[in-house]
Design a protein around this ligand. Structure first.
Ligand code: NAD
Length: 499
């Protein structure tokens, strides 16, 4: 009998009313290691109801007391980092060290949320007219929802719920059905930290659960992170039913390498950013853009041996640099995209297909692949591959590099490698992309700067975490006050002008 990954509602595990389940795999071995409950609309209603009932008390809990729960949560997360990371590696496949990094980046947001009394401070103006004062406050939205992807089962949820909950909202999390167990670990740790029941709930499942959350009249806000087609769908359906929605989508991130760059540094950066987590990161670099033939040749010379030497294996084996992909289907999809690149005329300098990892023969592995001379009409350029495949598009000039990036439908992250301050400054200023790195390949903002792409990488007006999330999870209220001791004007029928 396999372990069932259940829902977590009102402080306790709860099985689904429908009884349907889906297998959860260990991608390194290919074995089904658990089954996840696939929630129905009824389960969603139960979870939303629990969150709705918990809201009035949590909303009225002083922010400093909510912050104390965050301080305690921070401590239990620190104490359990290895345990969470092991769960991530087991179900996602990324290396244990990478998984620990994910947890630590998530904890940063909890640390930020500890400052919520300061972040929620309103503004006050005395005497805006004789005897009249004005102030503005931010109040929590109510029940909010987080729908998250498979690739960061701990960090991406932590981009959402620590700030939502610190703001006074109550939360329903819908994790990815591919690696759902971290959500329950998180729920248990939150309870240990003193979070009241009903404030944080988890509904497992897929589209049925998501649609029920999007349509539920008691849900006020939806944070989504995942692929672009689903992000667009979530944004449209959620806003249609009157909710506030932020939906972060997919990416195709370019790294420009100028002729004056430190090419060893650039090659190392491309290795980590292209192949770390097997390329399953929305901030992975999937396109290398060397400027000039000489730069391209020198870069390939450095990259090819590095890619060939990449250590690929089970994420729990020390020293591994890359693990498997999330599913067998995704591994096969990546392999067929690689074939399409060959068929469409790109030069495959390193072919990782057919890799067999000893002891993990049934795992969902594909080795690192490196393409040169890719053009923009090829599928490997057009699609977000989400695998360990780096495409090189050679360009003649810096302006061509900028035009290439501008022509792409995605605009999540980008980077430039150069020693030229003028070029870097121009790039930072002009490029139409949400997150930019200068000699930094994966410019994921820290918790107190917000994260978000432009164009088809984000639907909605708010970026995620940082102060943007404080605004997303709260509504502004402006109050104008006069006390009876003020001037008595009698009835005023004209539009009020305060003097
Ligand atoms: P996905 O879009 O398939 O799934 C995301 C979530 O949506 C999951 O919880 C899933 O259950 C649900 N879902 C899937 N299909 C649905 C449908 N048709 N209707 C309603 N709900 C649905 O994404 P994924 O494969 O889990 O994650 C990888 C994608 O996420 C990549 O495109 C990656 O770029 C993106 N991503 C983006 C960011 C970012 O910050 N922009 C961060 C991480 C991942």
């Amino acid at each position: 009998m396999k372990n069932i990954v259940e829902n977590y509602i009102n402080g306790a595990r709860k099985s689904s009313t429908g009884g349907a389940t889906q297998d959860v795999f260990n991608p390194a071995t290919g074995e089904a290691i658990a089954q996840v409950t696939m929630s129905t609309a009824t389960d969603v209603s139960t979870a939303v109801q629990a969150a709705k009932e918990a809201f009035p008390t949590w909303r009225d809990t002083p922010p400093v007391k909510r912050a104390r729960v965050m301080f305690a949560f921070n401590q239990v997360l620190q104490a359990n980092t290895d345990k969470i990371a092991e769960t991530l590696t087991r179900e996602h496949g990324k290396t244990f060290e990478d998984a620990k990094g994910e947890v630590i980046r998530g904890i940063e947001v909890v640390e930020f949320a500890c400052g919520i009394p300061q972040l929620l401070k309103g503004t006050f103006n005395e005497q805006i007219a004789t005897g009249v004062d004005a102030h503005s406050v931010r109040q929590p939205l109510g029940v909010v929802v987080g729908i998250t992807p498979f690739n960061f089962p701990a960090m991406v949820p932590m981009w959402m719920f620590p700030i939502a909950i610190a703001c006074g909202c109550t939360f329903v999390h819908k994790p990815s059905e591919k690696d759902p167990s971290a959500s329950l670990l998180m729920a248990d740790l939150f309870k240990e930290a003193g979070l009241p029941d009903g404030v944080f709930n988890v509904v497992q499942g897929g589209k049925e659960a998501v649609d029920a959350l999007l349509d539920h009249p008691d849900v006020q806000g939806v944070s989504f992170v995942g692929s672009t087609p689903v992000a667009e769908y979530i944004y449209k359906r959620g806003t249609n039913s009157g909710k506030r929605v932020q939906a972060l989508g997919g990416a195709k991130n370019h790294m420009v390498i100028l002729p004056d760059a430190d090419l060893d540094q650039a090659a190392d950066a491309l290795m980590g950013a292209g192949y770390g987590s097997a390329g399953e990161r929305c901030m992975a670099i999937s396109v290398a853009v060397p400027v000039g033939e000489k730069t391209a040749e020198a870069l390939m010379e450095r990259l090819v041996p590095r890619v060939k030497e990449l250590r690929v294996g089970s994420g729990m084996e020390p020293g591994m640099e890359m693990g498997p992909l999330i599913t067998r289907e995704q591994r096969d999809r990546v392999a067929s995209l690689v074939q399409s690149g060959v068929d469409q005329g790109a030069e495959l300098l390193v072919d990782g297909r057919g890799l067999v990892v000893s002891g993990c023969e049934n795992g969902f592995f594909i080795g690192a692949c490196l393409f040169d001379r890719v053009s923009t009409d090829m599928e490997i350029y057009k699609q977000e591959i989400f695998g360990p495949v780096l495409a090189t598009v050679r360009v003649e000039s810096y302006e061509d590099a900028v035009a290439l990036i501008e022509g792409n439908e995605y605009a999540n992250g980008t980077a430039i490698f150069t020693r030229d301050g003028d070029a870097a400054r121009d790039f930072v200023n002009r490029i139409q992309v949400g997150m930019v790195g200068v000699n930094i390949p994966i410019p994921v903002p820290v918790a107190y700067h917000s994260f978000g792409g432009w164009k088809r990488s984000l639907f909605g007006d708010y970026h995620i975490y940082g102060t943007e999330s404080v605004n997303f999870y709260t509504r502004l209220k402006a109050v104008t006050t006069r006390w009876p001791a003020g001037i008595k004007e009698g009835a005023v029928f004209n539009f009020p002008i305060l003097t």
